[in-house]
Structure formats: C-alpha cells, structure tokens
Design a binder for this molecule. Structure first.
Ligand code: ARG
Length: 466
C-alpha cells in the first residue's frame, strides 16, 4: 500500500497545501457528472488499450487496468463509490478508485490525455447514447399515435385555427400531424448524433501531445466515425451538446403542444377524450377530480428544456479558446435534459395508447355546417365564379343564418339561390362533412385515401403492428 496525502487531488501537483473549502464547494461537480461514469470508463479503456498497442504502456499493465476499470464501472453503477468533494469530478473519482485497485500502475492511464479532451469525449459518447434513447422514446410515442390513427380513420372532428372550429378533418389526420412533427425530431436527433460521433482524444489539454498516440484506433474502438481536426477547437467545442439540447427543446415543445391538446380535449367543455385512470391523477382535496397531469407536465417540462438550451448557449458565448472551466456548467442541462424528454415521451405514449376518443362529441362539435362554409364557396368556384365573389356570397349566407338564428346548413335551396344565382339545390350536399373529406384527396390532405396512404407509410416506417 502506497501512502498518499488524503484526498489530495492530482490536479494540485504544483500547488501548496489544500484548496480552501469554499473553493472546493464551488468547484465540485461529481454530484452532476457522476452520471458520465460509464462513458468515462469506456473512454479510458480504449485509451489505455491504444497506449499499449503503441508501446507507451506495458501490455500486461493495460490488461490489468482494463479489468480494474470494469470493476470501477460496476462500483459506480452499484452506487458504491464514495464521493469526495476535493476530488472535483467524475474523471478524478474514477482515477482515484483505479489507483486504489491497481496501485502505481494506475498512473500509466492518463499519458497523452487531459481532462479537457477526456470530458469532451465523455460528452460525445453520452450525446450518441442520449440521441438513441430519445429517438426510441419518441418512436414509441409515434407508434401510440399511429395505433389510434388506425382506429379513427372514420372519426371526424373540426380542425381548429385560432382555437375556433375551422374545417372538418379526420381524427387520424389530426393524430398523424403530431407523428410528422415527431418524425422531424427524430431526423434532427440522427443528425446531432452523426456530428457528435467523432473522437477528440489526442487533443490533450489544448495542444495535443508529444506521445505517438493512434487517434483513429481509439475512435474505431469506441464506435466513432472519425477524429476532430483541431485540438484547440476539440476541447473548446460544445456544439454537439448545444445541438442536442436544441433538438431536445424542440421535441419537448412538440410534446408540450400535444400535452396542451390532451388538457383541452379532456375538459368537460370539449369532451373529445378520456384518459385511462392509469394515466390520470386525482386531487388531494376534491374527490370528484380526474386531472390530466400528464399533459400539464409535458407542457411544464418544455419550459425546462428551453431553459437548458439557453443556459448552455449563455455559458459558451463569451469564452475565448480553448477550454475554460465555465464549460463544466454544461453538465446539468446536458445530462438531465434528454432523460426528461424520454420520460415525457414515454408517459405521453402510454396516455395516448390507452385513451378513449369520443367520436360522438367530435361530431357534435362539427355543428350546423359552419365548418363547411368554404366548401360552399368552392362550389361556386367550380362553376366559374371568382373566389372573392364566392367568399362574399357565403359570408352573406352566414349572416342570413345568424340573423335567423339557425345553423348555416339549415338554409334551403331557395335561400342559396337568392344569395347567388349560381347556387343550385345540390349546394346542400356541401354540408356533409364526410363527403367534404372525400373531396380533399390532394397528397397530404385530410381525404380518407390520402390519410390511409400516410398512415401506411408511417406503419411501415415504424414497423407498427396493424
Ligand atoms: N470537470 C471538468 C469539466 O467538466 C473537467 C475538465 C477539467 N479541466 C480542467 N482544466 N480543470 O469541464
């Protein structure tokens, strides 16, 4: 057993005595970055294997260190590592525990490496994993939406603009709108992942190393696609973290919009949707309450996700090259944000999957034909009337209906004829919402065939069982 001064951090080699406790309290990040232990160990194992292959470290030592690092990982996973604020971060905690297990040999590990390129690598590995985790969760939500869309191809409701009833759409079309947004989120995550998946190791503190490292070999061993091309940039760059937080924030905003609709649709006033009890919450005071907390939390979480993005942009914005300690402040947003998104997407997926949609209430909300006024205008357009004139005519019809206190669909053929001579008695057919949908078969539109096409495309893409 070698003796060391207790918990004297490796990084204080040139400094006298110990750090003031107030500085220690400010510097410590293990409570946040301990979450990176698996990435940190993986990176170290790849680094030491390369050091051995390059003849920088004896092969037997590298083998022992790799095994000991396995044990460190297990101990971290089991929560068996005691945190010591004086050791600052996850990198020094791993290194210190390795020292306890492997003695003097542990000192070989850090050759040609700095915590600056080490943390940059750990974060890149984390980002690659986080993109995959978020992607899987958002895909599960897509499957839940697609499953309900399949069941509700024939359910018609008013589509809304300005939260006012506008024109009829099928519930399938509405649900698939959320699937589209989620699809863009997944594309963004894939792009973030591709840009993140390169290795900064070999950049050292900022200026590389005199040792003959094999950077490409480390990258390959870690499943990364290449290496960074400028050592200063490599340790200063947090673009991938920022891009991930943007992708997460925008995905969270999409979940928030879905959450808002769940909140609205489950009100007595809308009555379009009932949550399964397993996805509803009660009130501690009011016994009759059934609350859509799942949607509200989705809205609230988006606030945090936006904050995380802005926080990291603000941390980076004035930093000169290259590494600056400010960058340590990236940990909380980066490490917490993606997980929160995945949890939110999973809960929403469950809520959507198990919800009941009320076709009768949706049908009622279509009202007395107001949602089909545009169809009546297009009736005239098809018969050669300029659209503006047609728009005016149907506006006059709407005023007439309002004056009589009847819904638009209640006007009779003579009323329409009186408003514009081009109206024939068949104008009344415009007020059948299903007929209206059948006539909206442009690609991407709400026509039943167009929607079926998109639904099948998504089912294939998601491998969703029919
Ligand atoms: N905990 C530090 C961070 O997250 C690791 C890098 C420390 N580097 C340094 N030169 N103090 O940024």
């Amino acid at each position: 057993m070698t003796t060391r001064p207790k918990a004297r951090p490796v990084s204080r080699a040139a400094l006298a005595g110990e750090a003031d406790p107030r500085l220690v309290a400010l510097s410590v990040s293990i409570q946040d970055d301990a979450a990176l232990f698996a990435e940190d160990v993986r990176g170290s194992q790849a680094h030491v294997a390369m050091l051995a292959a390059q003849g920088i470290v004896p092969r037997a030592v590298a083998r022992r260190l790799r095994r000991a690092l396995d044990q460190v990982r297990q101990e971290f996973a089991a929560g068996a590592i005691r945190f010591d604020p004086a050791l600052e971060d996850v990198h020094t905690h791993v290194e210190r525990r390795l020292g306890e297990l492997a003695g003097r040999d542990a000192g070989y590990l850090h050759a040609g490496r700095s915590r600056n390129d080490q943390v940059a690598l750990d974060e890149r590995l984390f980002i690659v994993g986080a993109c995959a985790r978020c992607d899987a969760a958002v895909a599960r939500l897509q499957r839940a939406l697609v499953g309900q869309a399949r069941r509700h191809l024939d359910t018609v409701l008013p589509g809304y603009t300005h939260l006012q009833r506008a024109q009829p759409v099928s519930l399938a079309h509405h649900l698939l709108a959320h699937v589209e947004a989620a699809g863009r989120d997944r594309q963004r995550l894939a792009e973030v992942r591709a840009r993140a998946a390169i290795s900064p190791l070999g950049s050292g503190a900022l200026a590389g190393t005199t040792l003959p490292l094999d950077r490409e070999a480390v990258a390959r061993a870690l499943g990364l696609t290449g290496v960074t091309r400028n050592s200063l940039d490599a340790v200063a760059d947090r673009d991938s973290a920022i891009e991930l937080l943007f992708a997460v924030a925008l995905a969270a905003v999409h979940l928030s919009r879905l959450g808002e609709e769940i909140v609205l649709w489950t009100t007595r006033e809308f009555g379009f949707m009932t949550l399964d009890d397993a996805f509803a919450t009660g009130s501690s005071l009011m016994p009759q309450k059934k609350n859509p907390d799942v949607g509200e939390l989705a809205r609230g979480r988006a606030g945090r996700a936006i904050g995380d993005l802005v926080a990291l942009l603000a941390v980076v914005k004035n930093l000169p090259l290259s590494y600056n300690r400010d960058l340590q402040e990236d940990k909380r947003p980066l490490l917490g944000g993606p997980e929160a998104l995945a949890l939110t997407a999973d809960a929403l997926a469950g809520a959507v999957e198990t919800a009941t949609f009320h076709a009768d209430r949706m049908e009622e909300a279509l009202g007395g034909g107001e949602a089909l006024a545009t169809d009546a205008a297009e009736y005239l357009v098809e018969r050669g009337v300029p659209f503006r004139e047609a728009h005016e005519a149907v506006g006059a019809a709407a005023r007439l209906a309002t004056a009589r206190g009847v819904p638009l669909a209640r006007l009779d053929a003579a009323d329409w004829k009186g408003i514009h001579r081009t109206f024939g008695p068949d104008v009344l057919r415009c007020f059948d919402p299903r007929r209206s949908l059948r006539r909206r078969e442009l690609p991407g539109g709400p026509g039943p065939r167009a929607v079926r096409t998109e639904l099948r495309r998504w089912e294939r893409a998601l491998g969703a069982a029919r």
